[in-house]
Design a protein around this ligand. Sequence first.
Ligand code: NAP
Ligand code: MN
Length: 269
Amino acid sequence: MKIGIFSNKGTASTRVSNALKSKILDEHLTLDNDHPDIVITVGGDGTLLSAFHHYEDQLDSVRFVGIHTGHLGFYTDWRDYEVDELIDSLAHDNGQSVSYPLLDISIEYSNGDQQTMLALNESTIKKVTGTMLANVYIKDQLFELFRGDGLCVSTPTGSTAYNKSTGGAVISSELNVVQVSEIASINNRVFRTLGSPVIISPHEWVRVEPVQLDENLMTCDQKMVENRQIKSVTYRISNRRIAFAQYRHTQFWKRVSESFIGVKPIDQI
Ligand code: NAP
Ligand code: MN
């Protein structure tokens, strides 16, 4: 089995990835960052996002495993002190995996150029100065004329990231849906948006057509999309997915509860 290691540059992560490398070689597993079967990320969720984009063209053959060296991560199941246990799981790997939906982004620029992108967390379209004015379609139905900072379109696993800050719902990673949430919409007698997040099915899509073509900023996960005149952006659930090697099962709702609430039984308060 070929293993790739994708680490951030922090001291703790460098120490962990060095330990990983020597243990992988001890176990007669192969290190291969170019065409790995498994990519181990060392860092935080941001590191996993970068690794996802680095291996975006190999999603059909790659499974990810995340080690976190910081606080509890969403895509990172393993702690830095569990390296031995992880190596043991890798040595006994039988291909077990769990996969999650991705967001397909199709951009049409005003000069007719087209570009497609894939997001693991979300894509946003927003205006930095002034407000963004955009026609929002669901399928071919004009749904609303949006005015505000922008829109955030997220996957279920991305629902705990930017989406949550905008008041979006946390979505079970078992659902194959995409959520659209508003970023500071203006609602008055003149401008009216739905005002609540919308969740669409795999058979539906959302198209955003900015009314003013200039200065609309688009993001795809941690990346900024090249600043060009955007005519429309269409969002739908991708037919590609991200796979994680599943050596143990961290319950999604346990992770949400521990990360955001840290709830304790009443006798421990
Ligand atoms: P960052 O500024 O370090 O990320 C912001 C925080 O989001 C970090 O604590 C990061 O965890 C966490 N995070 C990333 N993906 C998550 C997920 N799926 N569920 C819960 N938390 C998550 O930048 P980054 O590490 O490159 O991450 C990029 C992401 O930041 C974007 O995809 C977007 O979701 C998020 N973001 C959020 C806001 C906001 O909430 N207002 C604004 C911009 C971007 P780690 O510390 O483990 O990396
Ligand atoms: Mn980060």
